[in-house]
Ligand binder design. Structure first.
Ligand SMILES: [Zn+2]
Length: 503
């Protein structure tokens, strides 16, 4: 028997339209721009969606034909050149894979290019033109902003169930499994799609606690019903600033439109009724640092949630570092600050030598200006390490050339590339043991929890300014549909809330 042929491809970018770091091909190359079989070398046996798609095809005896895998660290709008090049690469690859049986893509879901506000909708609709009535299936990030074009162009859209994203591999395997059932004629996917007017900040998208946990549990319960094949609960990404940004529910049934619509409606209503639980209350910075000063049992993990590169912030903000030095805190780790110039200066000074730096604050005015500091260079590395997991276990990360500088008795990690500090392999690669430290600052919103919760004495979310601040009302959104919660206060239901408190 001739093996079924499955074509795959990826463009993955979470676009923060207010970032002034434009996203060109160089930004994709800096993270990952892979062609053809390079995919297997990079992702086989890794806990990633691509790793899951590879494994799923292996289990079914399918031949997998990779086209382009393009992924850049979250940043500003994708240039026309970058998107055109990547899209053309994927489409040429799909055409060259003829005769194929199905297309299984991995997309992020919150990408915006100079030309297209919904790049995934564009990719899917163009792939559909080539695939005709053959299955077109895609996996997505939990931060995907789903659109009508995406839903109409694909047979199935399968999103992560977790944030921190620890189920990319499982969703990749599942996408191939469901595709296999379409190919053998036992599945005719029918989608119900609903979007409540809700725009949750990243903190409250954490699936380890209420209210997201409740929604995911309900979706899993529904997945146990006859003819329900897959349910996606997406929390969305506010700063793509497209009309559809925010929360979505997609219910896939086996040829039962009524059931798909009614379950999507139930999830929609459930989320809406819980909307007040989606408000955020991080701790003021000063209060948090005074608290850290009194605590003996470490490490306390302090999340600089305003400057998370995983959401498009620059990761060179100095607000927290400045404050903790002023507070005189020592025996901490600062992960991390993106500043290639300072790396160069520290490398030139050499390990064991003193160096004066004008550190960070070089991208914009929102995250704290450059900080003049003097420290001792402790370590220089190439910044490459393997992720220990549970996110992306086995996959490679690259911080670029990286130094550790002792500043005021704290290990400050300075990198040449923007990488969200979420994996403990990062500290290991820098010769740092965080378990013996008093505190660790991470520039991350939620992802750090997967690896840090088991070793942290406590976790505190800091109310820091920046492009990924959960204070959504402070941003100038131009395109998001209105009214939407929580931007429009009338949707809070103040009177209702008041009467609840009175009870
Ligand atoms: Zn995400």
């Amino acid at each position: 028997m001739i093996a079924m042929r499955i074509v795959t491809g990826t463009i993955s970018h979470e676009t923060h339209v207010m970032s002034n770091i434009s996203t060109g091909l160089a930004e994709f190359r800096s993270r990952r721009l892979l062609y053809g079989d390079e995919l297997f070398k990079e992702f086989t046996e890794t806990a990633t969606p691509a790793g899951g798609i590879i494994e799923g095809c292996k289990r079914h005896g399918f031949e997998l034909i990779p086209t382009v895998f393009a992924s850049a660290t979250p940043s500003g709008i994708v240039t026309k050149e970058a998107f055109d090049t990547i899209l053309a690469g994927i489409l040429d690859g799909v055409r060259m894979a003829e005769p194929f049986d199905a297309v299984v893509l991995h997309l992020h879901g919150a990408g915006v290019s100079a030309e297209y506000p919904d790049i995934e909708g564009k990719v899917l609709s163009e792939v559909r033109k080539i695939a005709g009535d053959r299955p077109v299936v895609a996996t997505f990030d939990l931060h995907a902003n789903y659109t009508e074009e995406m839903v109409e162009s694909a047979d199935m859209l399968i999103g992560y169930d977790t944030y921190p994203h620890v189920d990319g591999y499982e969703r990749g395997v599942e996408a191939v499994e469901l595709t296999a059932r379409m190919l053998n004629g036992s599945l005719s996917p029918t989608l119900g799609f609903r979007q409540p007017p809700m725009l949750p900040a990243l903190q409250v998208q954490f699936t380890g606690r209420y209210p997201m946990k409740r929604l995911i549990e309900e979706a899993h319960k529904m997945e146990g019903l006859d003819s329900v094949e897959s349910i996606t609960v997406a929390a969305g990404f506010p700063w793509s600033d497209i009309p559809e940004a925010g929360m979505s529910f997609i219910v896939t049934t086996n040829d039962d439109q009524l059931l798909a619509d009614s379950l999507a409606g139930e999830l929609h209503d459930m989320a809406w009724n819980m909307r007040r639980e989606f408000l955020v209350s991080p701790m003021p910075l000063g209060e948090a640092l005074r608290y850290v000063g009194k605590v003996v049992d470490g490490p306390i993990v302090l999340a600089d949630i305003g400057d998370n590169p995983g959401g498009g912030a620059p990761e060179d903000g100095t607000v927290v570092l400045r404050a903790l030095l002023e507070e005189g805190l020592t025996d901490g780790v600062f992960a991390l600050i993106w500043d290639p110039e300072s790396v160069k200066a520290a490398v030139e000074a050499g390990v064991g030598e003193e160096v004066s730096l004008v550190l960070g604050g070089k991208t914009d005015e929102m995250h704290g200006g450059p900080l003049e500091v003097t420290g001792v260079v402790k370590n220089v590395t190439d910044g490459k390490f393997t992720n220990l997991g549970p996110m992306g276990t086995g996959s490679e990360s690259d911080l670029g050339e990286t130094v550790v500088v002792d500043i005021g008795g704290n290990d400050v990690i300075v990198t040449s590339k923007r990488v969200q500090p979420l994996d403990l392999g990062l500290y290991e690669s820098q010769g740092i043991d965080i378990t013996g430290k008093r505190f660790v600052v991470v520039k991350s919103s939620v992802h750090f929890r997967a690896a840090h919760e088991p070793v942290a004495s406590e976790i505190i979310e800091l109310d820091t300014p920046g492009l990924t601040s959960p204070r959504l009302a402070g941003f100038e959104f131009k395109n998001i549909r209105r009214p939407i919660f929580p931007l429009d206060v009338e949707m809070l239901g103040i009177t209702e809330l008041k009467s609840m408190e009175d009870e």
